[in-house]
Design a protein around this ligand. Structure first.
Ligand code: IMP
Length: 190
């Protein structure tokens, strides 16, 4: 298996294999299917990063549901800019709806806080959060993640929807930026 990936000037090492990701998505889907058994949730997925988690999760959802998208950007290279750009806003009617936000990763929490504020003005019945990764050490917000895939170290990651300068989103595994920036024999270029 490839354990190291090179994207542009950076090396990344395997952090979470695909099987572990799949098991974590199974667990989240089972909990949502049970919790929303008599409801019709609206899944609100945050683009671009959540597209892979959203596709995997939604294929496992067995209750009637709708799916919509918002698009924000807060990262430049490997750093959060601390500034949220609204690329595709919240156009969906969420009033009195049971909303589940789907996010690839909660880092500082600023993106999610931004969406939670926008949502609260539109009076949904309930709002819950499904996030695949959580960098607890970087977290600066106060909301709770209701359905979490896994906590990860406070380091830049790619794969499973997450990118470095637009690359790496297609990887089925999650990779963490390497301290050692020299390629090895099992390095693939992405
Ligand atoms: P936050 O606003 O700091 O919580 O960051 C949320 C957004 O930043 C996520 O939706 C990702 O798009 C991006 N992001 C945060 N951490 C990473 C990372 O380690 N790799 C790639 N993207 C990240």
């Amino acid at each position: 298996m490839t354990t190291t990936v090179k994207i542009k000037d950076k090396l990344f090492e395997l952090l979470v294999p695909a099987e572990e990701i799949s098991a974590a998505v199974d667990a989240i889907a089972s909990r949502i299917n049970a919790d929303y058994a008599s409801k019709e949730p609206l899944f609100l997925c945050i683009l671009n990063g959540s597209f892979m988690f959203a596709a995997d999760l939604l294929r496992r959802i067995r209750v009637p549901c709708r799916v919509s998208f918002v698009k924000y950007a807060s990262y430049a290279g490997t750093k959060s800019t601390q500034y949220i750009k609204n690329l595709v806003g919240l156009n969906e009617d969420v009033e009195a709806k049971d909303v589940i936000i789907v996010e690839d990763i909660v880092d500082t929490g600023l993106t999610m806080s931004h969406l939670l504020t926008e949502l609260s003005e539109k009076k949904p019945a309930t709002v819950r959060i499904a996030a695949f990764c959580f960098k607890k050490e970087a977290f600066q917000a106060t909301f709770t993640i209701d359905y979490l895939g896994m906590e990860i170290p406070n380091a830049f990651v790619i794969g499973y929807g997450m990118d470095y300068e637009g690359y790496g989103r297609n990887l089925a595994e999650i990779y963490q930026i390497s301290d050692n920036q020299y390629p090895t024999s099992n390095t693939s270029t992405c």
